[in-house]
Design a protein around this ligand. Structure first.
Ligand code: UFG
Length: 323
């Protein structure tokens, strides 16, 4: 039995959809950003808040969990700069409560969702896990702080964990029963596809004066189902005792510029986007591309879907979003 905190959100719901194929799953979600429609009907759903310690203790007394995956965090870089309190309280304090209740109940296996934002503005072209972390916004800092706390808890209390640093998650489940639906939407691929589906006037490119070949920012996009599968492999490595503590990047290893992403969206949909060039968005690094060799070498996981497949799956969802 696995507890998925934040299993109604974009990434959490895709992990749940894969995990229920082989495990019993309980989802805890306060539905602040998640969608009840996204939760697979085979799971036990609990509408509750991670910050409510009493409810959490009751939950752990009712179920014997083998592990916990934690997706219930706020993740907007811009908002974290204007409202850091929200990010430190939700992303750190609530996680500490969860860890305390886990340890009190002898639940020691933890999968933690971290981010490429922990690297800040990296000095190298391809980022592996030994590249220095230097986050430049409260969101990235809150994630890195939890990573550091996990290290100390592992040493002191025998917590086993895998930290997964996501690059740019995108796409939707192949069935298009679940997909990406944020409010407000800030991510590039859904914005472009919503525009091409007639729901937005235009697409803005945030800056074309970066030090990249076409001047727009380069990112490493990873299909959310590939990401989901990495969580299952990571959890298995803790349950098997193959890993005690580990940190892995999750990306495709290929960088695409904002302009290239828009072009591939146009190619996949057969539609032409109305694009305007605007100034840079605060806090955007020019280039974030992962090496995911470590998780391939240690656990045999690698991304299987390329950017065109990511956009195809996202387009299938965005033409008929269910929520
Ligand atoms: N972009 C545009 N126009 C838009 C939206 C985005 O030009 O309307 C650009 C951004 O400036 C960026 C690229 O498209 O260069 C990708 O932007 P996203 O918002 O889709 O993704 P980010 O790379 O900003 O965010 C991701 C994760 C965050 C994480 C961050 C690390 O979603 O959780 O990487 O930098 F913090």
């Amino acid at each position: 039995m696995i507890l998925i905190v934040g299993g109604a959100g974009y990434i959490g719901s895709h992990v749940v959809k894969e995990l229920v194929k082989e495990e019993q799953v309980v989802v805890l979600d306060n539905l602040s950003t998640g969608h009840i429609e996204a939760v697979d009907e085979k799971v036990t759903f609990i509408h509750g808040d991670l910050g409510n310690e009493a409810d959490l203790r009751t939950l752990f007394s009712e179920y014997a969990f083998n592990g916990v995956m934690h997706f219930a965090a706020n993740s907007l870089v811009g908002e974290s700069v204007s409202n850091p309190q929200k990010y430190y309280a939700n992303n750190i304090v609530s996680t500490l409560t969860l860890l305390e209740v886990m340890l009190d109940n002898n639940v020691n296996n933890f999968i933690f969702s971290s981010t490429a934002a922990t690297y800040g503005i990296p000095k190298v072209e391809i980022i592996n896990e030994s590249v220095e972390t230097n986050p430049i916004n409260p969101y990235g800092k809150s994630k890195l702080m939890v990573e550091q706390i996990l290290e100390d808890y592992a040493a002191a209390y025998g917590l086993n964990y895998v930290t997964l640093r996501y690059f740019n998650a995108a796409g939707a489940d192949e069935t298009a029963e679940i997909g990406e639906s944020h409010n407000p939407e800030t991510h590039l691929i859904p914005i472009v596809l919503q525009h091409l589906a007639g729901l937005r006037e235009q697409v803005s490119i945030f800056g074309n004066d970066y030090d990249t070949p076409d001047g727009t920012c380069i990112r490493d996009y990873i299909h959310v189902t590939d990401l989901a599968k990495a969580h299952i492999v990571a959890l298995q490595s803790l349950i098997d005792g193959k890993n005690k503590t580990a940190t892995y990047n999750l990306g495709n290893g290929l960088g695409y510029s904002v302009k290239e992403v828009i072009e591939i969206c146009e190619y996949v949909t057969g539609l032409k986007a109305n694009v305007e060039m605007t100034k840079r968005r605060r806090g955007d690094p020019a280039r974030l591309v992962a090496s995911s060799n470590k998780i391939y070498e240690e656990l045999g996981w690698k991304a299987e879907r390329n950017l065109e497949q990511i956009i195809q799956s996202a387009w299938k969802w965005h033409q008929h979003p269910k929520y």
